[in-house]
Each structure stands twice: as structure tokens, then as C-alpha cells.
Design a protein around this ligand. Structure first.
Ligand SMILES: [Zn+2]
Length: 252
């Protein structure tokens, strides 16, 4: 009798670690609203903030979940929806990643910049370095100017294996010239330094563009917003996503 009762209670109150009734969708970040404990399911890759000097960053410009591509101009670029449904400046049109903007801009970059680290353990799939890193933007037109240099980003791409065997990539763009510390084929640990924040390529100011992709879903890897939310998927890619406007935390 006791065992039967326990089984029924377990079946009623918990399904695969989620509260009963949350189902396969709609659990979002508030599946445990009544209990006061947010329930956020996990993607098969788990990421930590890929930056060391947290205090040097505050703004996150996120992935655009609005499928409509707008035509040119600042107003067009402003039409977007981030994972919480917020518009510009929380995202911009067709943006595929999360931008962490360096406080102090080029002055902070000249003072030593900030360290970009691997968000999860993986293998280096691609690197690009040696390109001009002081590209800057005209906010009125949205144009980026690299002072006559090639508009090519210094970058690192890592490959990760998910807990379910799926293949993932993380991309780290706009790094400082000659700051990349890893080579293709190298294994990296979570938190291992990859380079420094810069403004190479299509970049209007020093910032890290961090992007998560899933492989094997089509000809091109699929961009996945690591942030869970009502306009994103239910599962978070972050070990500790944090509250709105809070930077993600570390992994256990
Ligand atoms: Zn970006």
C-alpha cells in the first residue's frame, strides 16, 4: 500500500524532473511558478559565461527571434525580438548571437581588453587571426568602417559533444588582433583562454559575439539561442542563466 501510494504521488508530482502537467512545451522558465523554484530544462550542452572579467560587461544584445527580415536603415535594424520578446537595443534584425559589450570601449581594449574563454570543453574547429581590430560603427547609418582594412573578424570556433551525442559549435567573434591562443584540433577545457575581446570584422565597438549552433540539423548548422525564454526554446544552454539582464554564471 505504501509503495503504491509513493509511486502514484511520484507520478503525479514529477515527470522527468518536471512538475506534473508541465508537458513537453510551455514549461519555460516559470514551470515551477507555484513552488517558487524556476524549472529550466537543459540543452545537451551546458555553457558558462565565456568571459573572465564579468565586471567589464553589462549589456547583452541577443538573438533575434523575429523571422521577418527588414530592409535597411536603423529603424529596420531595430525590429527584432529577443528571448524575452524585447526589441532593440536588446537585439537587432537577424542577429544570430549574443553580444557582450566591453565597458569603456576602445580605451578598455587598449588597457588590456578582457579575456574570452571556452564556454564548455571541446575541440578547436577553426581559428582566424591577424585582422584589423579597430572597426567602428556609425550609429546613424548602421555602417561599419574598418579604416580601409579588410572587414574580417578574428575568431575561434569550438566543437562540443552533447550529453545525448549531438554535435554543437560555439563561436567567439571580433577578437583582438594576434590575441588567439589556440590552434585547430586542440582540445580545450571549459574556462580555457581563447583570446581577447576586440572589434575586428563587422563590429561597431569592442565586444564579444558569442554564438551557439547545433550541427546535423540541415546543410547549415542551426543557430540556437542559449537563453531559454518565451520567445526562445524552453531549454537553457547556460548552467546558470540568471535573471533578466543578469550575466550567466559558471558551471558547477
Ligand atoms: Zn553579434
Amino acid at each position: 500500500m505504501t509503495m503504491w501510494l509513493s509511486w502514484v504521488l511520484l507520478g503525479c508530482f514529477e515527470v522527468d524532473g518536471r512538475p506534473a502537467g508541465s508537458g513537453d512545451s510551455g514549461a519555460g522558465t516559470d514551470g515551477g511558478a507555484d513552488s517558487g523554484t524556476p524549472v529550466v530544462a537543459r540543452l545537451p550542452v551546458q555553457l558558462a559565461l565565456p568571459l573572465v572579467e564579468r565586471e567589464l560587461f553589462e549589456t547583452v544584445v541577443g538573438v533575434d527571434h523575429d523571422p521577418v527580415e527588414q530592409d535597411g536603415g536603423v529603424l529596420g535594424r531595430a525590429t527584432c525580438l529577443d528571448y524575452l520578446g524585447r526589441a532593440f537595443p536588446h537585439c537587432y534584425d537577424q542577429h544570430d548571437g549574443s553580444d557582450y559589450i566591453l565597458k569603456g570601449g576602445f580605451s578598455q581594449m587598449d588597457a588590456g581588453s578582457a579575456t574570452v574563454v571556452a564556454a564548455a570543453p571541446g575541440v578547436v574547429l577553426a581559428v582566424e587571426d591577424g585582422h584589423y581590430d579597430r572597426c567602428h560603427g556609425d550609429l546613424s547609418t548602421g555602417d561599419v568602417d574598418c579604416d580601409g582594412h579588410d572587414m574580417v573578424a578574428n575568431s575561434v570556433t569550438l566543437q562540443h559533444t552533447g550529453t545525448d551525442g549531438t554535435a554543437w559549435r560555439s563561436l567567439y567573434w571580433h577578437l583582438m588582433k594576434d590575441s588567439v591562443l589556440v590552434q585547430v584540433g586542440q582540445e580545450v577545457a571549459a574556462g580555457q583562454a581563447l583570446g581577447k575581446v576586440g572589434s575586428s570584422g563587422y563590429s561597431s565597438m569592442p565586444h564579444l559575439h558569442f554564438e551557439l549552433q547545433q550541427e546535423g540539423t540541415g546543410e547549415e548548422p542551426l543557430v540556437v539561442d542559449p537563453y531559454a525564454g518565451p520567445y526562445s526554446q524552453d531549454e537553457s544552454g547556460w548552467c546558470a542563466q540568471g535573471d533578466e539582464d543578469e550575466l550567466p554564471g559558471a558551471c558547477p
